[in-house]
Structures are given as C-alpha cells and as structure tokens.
Ligand binder design. Structure first.
Ligand SMILES: Nc1nc2c(ncn2[C@@H]2O[C@H](COP(=O)(O)OP(=O)(O)OP(=O)(O)O)[C@@H](O)[C@H]2O)c(=O)[nH]1
Ligand SMILES: [Mg+2]
Length: 386
C-alpha cells in the first residue's frame, strides 16, 4: 500500500489573522425575477478563486437562539412581508392581479417559479372560498403551506457509528462556506466531548490549508494535511486511516470548491469518495453539499449535479443572513429529494444550526413569538436519522 507523507498537527502556533475581506455581498442586486438574474457560474467558465478568507473570532453564544435565527432571516422576511403588506394597502382584496404580484414577490425571494405557482394555486383555492382577505391571513397561510413543503425535509446529521469515526465529506462550489461550516461543526462536536479530526482536502491553494488550521486550533481538533498541490484523495485516505487507528469520533474532510459543470473536477470528487470508502468501508457516512442561499435557482442545479456525482446525503444552506432570497429553502425542499441538515445564519461559530423546519417557518412567517420548546443553538438532542 502506498504510504503518503502526512503531518498530524495536534495544535498549531498562533497564526497572524488574515486580512478581512469586507462585505462581499455589498451591492448584490435584487434583480428582477423575469430572467434577469445572472447565475453565479456558467458552464465551462473558470470560477475565480476567492482570496484567503478571514476567520472571525467566535463570539459568546447568542443569548436568545430564536431571536438570532429571526434576525438572521430578517432580510428575507422583510423582502417577503413588506411587499405582501404593500399588496393589501388601501384595503385591497385578493384578485387575479394581486395574485400575480404575489407570485412576483415570492419569485423575487427565490421561492422559484414552480414552487411559487404551487403556492399560488393553493392560495387561489382559499381566496375563492373567501378565507383570505388581508395580509395577516395571507402571511399565516403562506406559513402553513411552507410547513407542509418542508415537512420531513429537516433531518439531523447521522450519529457516529458504533465503531470507527463518523466521516463527513464536505463539497460544493467555490466560496459557498464549506471551510467555515467545517470549522463550526468541529467546534460543535468538540463541545460535545468528541475527538475531532479535520482533513485538509482542499490542496488547491496553501491559504485553504491555513484557513482550516485556524479553525482546527480554535475547535481543539487535529488536522491532517499535506503540501499544497498534493492529491486530495491521498490526504483524505491518510486522515481516515489516522482517525480510525487513533480512536477519533469524527473526521470532517474539506474539499476544494469546484464548478459543478466541470467534469474533471467532479471526477476528482468521485475519486475522493471511492478512496474514502477504501480506507474505511461505508465511509463517508455523510456527504454534505454546502450551498450559498444567495445563489437562488443555481443552488438547485448545483445540488442536482453534485448529487449525481457523489450522492449527497444532506444540504447545508449558508449565508441565509446575508440574503433576501431565503425563500430558496422552499424551492430546495420542493424540487429536490434531499434533506436540509444545517443552516448558516452568520460567520460566527454559533451561527450554524440544525435545520428545523418548524423553527424556520416560525422565524420567517411567525409573529416573533418564541416557540414553546426552544432548541439549542446547535447540536442534537434529537435522535439520529435512521
Ligand atoms: N454571513 C455569512 N457568511 C458566511 C456564512 N458561512 C460562510 N460565510 C462566509 O463566506 C465566506 C467563504 O467561506 P469559506 O468557508 O471560505 O467558503 P469555502 O466554500 O470553503 O470557499 P472555497 O474553499 O474557496 O471554495 C467567508 O467569508 C465566510 O465567513 C454564513 O452562514 N453567513
Ligand atoms: Mg474552503
């Protein structure tokens, strides 16, 4: 068997903070829904590599987890409901013109045309029975429909297997938040008392390895890495072997961001998965696809192609806090047969949450009241997925 050179770093010295990038989302257009949205990446187009990314200092846990979720979703909520309220201004009742405008509102929040049409047809039904006469009723009804759409789509991460580490492979296009999500997850598992190892499978650039090292140090996790430019399959193979031999509970493997339309890069990911299974039969136990919520319809296309290539077991939807397009959650639930497992609502360590549809719907459509049974900010008291 080939033996790969590998550094296992139990802790690294303080690294200088990387330069902050500034708000990347500035100026992001709320482009009109009729075909004017520019997809974030096109077939055959090289995706530019983002510059090294600053790792934010973790803040103390949010005092109120539900307020945090609600404020994370505020841009989407404002986008949806200020405009729904506008529709009813002047005591207007529901008619076909109002419904068409409502469809535009939904599509602008990236609910997607097909999903918006489905919601609209249910609303038409109700309106014809005169059950909907004002914005509050419509808001309530949209919430009920959203709950129905999301039912069963929220699943927790699988539990570590009885023997050997839980192996999680993290994939996605460039800059969606893979490494940040891995850092947050590593902290979460560490806090739960688990022994965590990270595999620096993004060997494409040195800064990616350094970024993961900072997160590993912060989480008290070990990291397995090789030189920039080495074969990611080799790094992850070694990491799986090391984690198994040394009794780690969880191994999370980073991978380089890649365009879902680039066949050779998707082949490389297939190879990483094959090799992982060779190192530990049955691994990876989770293949998490990280999607940036602000990419809208393109997120659905990414999910289809990544799933085809490597069999995605769950979606992580990041940057819900930075977008008014959080309606994409409904589109993903409606159009893909994949569970949404985690959501990112900020850059801090506590800003990764298990996706729980009831909390999400209440935070987005509710009146701000906290649910009766609060959930912890992250982590599962819940049973593992079967
Ligand atoms: N506001 C916000 N920012 C996030 C969230 N998740 C990640 N980010 C930011 O998104 C940027 C990119 O994150 P990375 O984790 O480096 O993304 P990546 O997918 O690993 O990127 P590549 O390795 O280059 O493909 C960073 O500035 C993160 O802080 C989130 O939930 N909310
Ligand atoms: Mg990365």
């Amino acid at each position: 068997m080939t033996v790969f050179a590998v550094d296992i770093i139990p802790g690294i010295p303080d690294l200088p903070a990387l330069a902050a990038l500034g708000a990347a989302a500035a100026g992001a257009a709320y482009a009109w829904w009729r075909g004017r949205r520019a997809p974030p990446a096109r077939a055959g187009e090289e995706s530019p590599r983002p510059a090294p990314v600053a790792v934010p200092t973790p803040a103390p846990p949010a005092a109120d987890w539900f307020d945090r979720l609600r404020s994370g979703l505020s841009r989407t909520r404002d986008q949806l409901f200020e405009r729904v309220d506008d529709l009813f201004r002047g005591g207007r009742r529901i008619d076909e013109d109002l419904l068409q405008r409502l469809e535009e509102v939904l599509v602008t929040a990236d609910v997607g045309i097909r999903t918006a049409e489905r919601l609209l047809s249910a609303i038409r039904d109700r309106a014809s029975r005169e059950e909907l006469s004002d914005a509050a009723a419509l808001r309530r009804y949209l919430g009920e429909e959203a709950s129905a759409l999301l039912a069963g789509r929220d699943q927790p991460l699988v539990s570590p297997p009885p023997a050997g580490p839980l192996v999680i492979m993290v994939v996605g296009v460039n800059g969606t938040g893979k490494t940040t999500t891995i850092g947050k997850l590593a902290s979460r598992y560490s806090r739960e008392g688990k022994k965590v190892m990270l595999a620096a499978g993004d060997t494409f650039r040195a800064a990616a390895i350094e970024q993961l090292e900072i997160w590993a140090e912060r989480a008290g996790a070990e990291i397995v890495r090789q030189q920039e430019g080495s074969d990611p399959s080799a790094v992850i193979f070694d990491a799986v072997k090391a984690a198994s031999a040394r009794g780690f509970d969880v191994l999370i493997a980073d991978t380089a961001g890649r365009l879902h339309t680039k066949a050779p890069l998707m082949d490389e990911l297939r190879k990483v998965k094959r090799v992982t299974d060779r190192a530990l039969p049955g691994a990876p136990h989770e293949v998490l696809l990280v999607l940036d919520a602000s990419t809208g319809q393109n997120a659905v296309t990414q999910a289809r192609l990544f799933d085809e290539a490597v069999g995605v077991t769950g979606i992580v939807l990041t940057k819900l806090d930075g977008t008014a397009k959080g309606g994409v959650v409904l589109q993903i639930a409606d159009q893909l047969g994949l569970p949404i497992k985690l959501i990112g609502i900020g850059e801090k360590v506590e800003d990764l949450r298990d996706f729980r549809s009831a909390d999400f719907v209440r935070a987005l459509f509710g009146d701000g009241e906290e649910p009766a049974r609060p959930s912890p900010p992250m982590g599962g008291q819940r049973p593992a997925a079967s």
